[in-house]
Design a protein around this ligand. Structure first.
Ligand code: SF4
Ligand code: SF4
Length: 257
């Protein structure tokens, strides 16, 4: 069974893979796990190639997946080549709001998708015991807050109706994002929705409360992004400095400009 997990750096793709192979290994399956991501620590494309087999795995690399999970649109072109007519595609792109709808933390999205993956694996001759997955969740996420909610999120994914995640990828159109530019005679404030992951740090750190959530504009994850109140903004640049993903640029205009 060849499984390709794909998403953004920061979505917990590699954690999903480790939990999955840990549970399978503990059931005496042969496993192989190959992480694949760029030099970016965060917000780059992240993929994990996982093989689970009853027999010895002689060549772990694969070019077609039996199961492919896709968590964001930015992955589309990088994963299409791994699909053939037998691939079960788990299209989780539109499930991004599910954690909120189920009163779960947004960070548990990966556990929902893991639940779907395990459910799909269990339709084959490989059977992953849910309890083994929950043990691995305890192991990997036990020291983090929301352990119980992550366990619940896994169950939510496991019980999700097939039609919730079976939409064909070709019907998904990649997003096109433009920078959001606000300016006045003293400063220019730019937010990049294709980079902003909606963490909210800038909202907390702005010294004058000039940033709030813009529910009408979405980032590449389909989540709200910050908007700036230019009347309040003093152009201090703290939001630019504090943003972990360089998704804000502040240009203060000098008097000679
Ligand atoms: S602009 Fe940066 S700090 Fe603010 S929400 Fe987006 S990613 Fe987080
Ligand atoms: S430049 Fe300073 S005042 Fe303006 S939004 Fe950023 S942190 Fe707030």
């Amino acid at each position: 069974m060849k499984i390709l997990l794909s998403g953004e750096g920061g979505q917990g793709i590699q954690t999903m893979a480790k939990i999955l192979v840990g549970a399978a290994y503990n059931q005496h399956y042969k496993v192989n796990y190959m992480p694949h991501y760029g030099v970016e620590m965060r917000m780059g494309i992240s993929r994990a190639f996982v093989t689970i087999s009853s027999d010895k795995i002689t060549y772990p690399k694969f070019s077609k997946a039996d199961i492919l999970s896709v968590m964001t649109k930015r992955n589309l072109n990088l994963v299409k080549e791994f699909i053939d007519k037998n691939t079960k595609v788990i299209n989780a792109i539109d499930l991004v709001d599910l954690p909120e709808e189920r009163n779960l933390p947004t960070t548990s999205f990966n556990m929902i998708v893991l639940g779907i993956i395990v459910k799909e694996i269990n339709k084959s001759n490989i059977k992953i015991d849910k309890e083994k997955i929950l043990e691995e969740i305890n192991k990997f996420l036990g020291k983090k807050p929301d352990l119980t909610k992550n366990r619940v999120a896994f169950e939510v994914g496991y019980d999700l109706a097939d039609n919730m995640y079976s939409k064909l990828l070709k019907s998904v159109k990649p997003d096109k994002f433009e920078p959001i530019i606000n300016k006045d005679d003293k400063k220019e404030h730019i937010i990049y929705p294709d980079i902003c992951k909606g963490c909210g740090i800038c909202l907390i750190k702005c010294p004058v409360g000039a940033l709030s959530w813009d529910k009408n504009k979405k980032n590449f994850l389909g989540k709200p992004i910050p908007k700036v109140d230019m009347e309040k903004c003093i152009g201090c640049g703290i939001c630019e400095d504090i943003c972990p993903d360089a998704a804000i640029k502040v240009n203060k205009k000098s008097k000679t400009n």
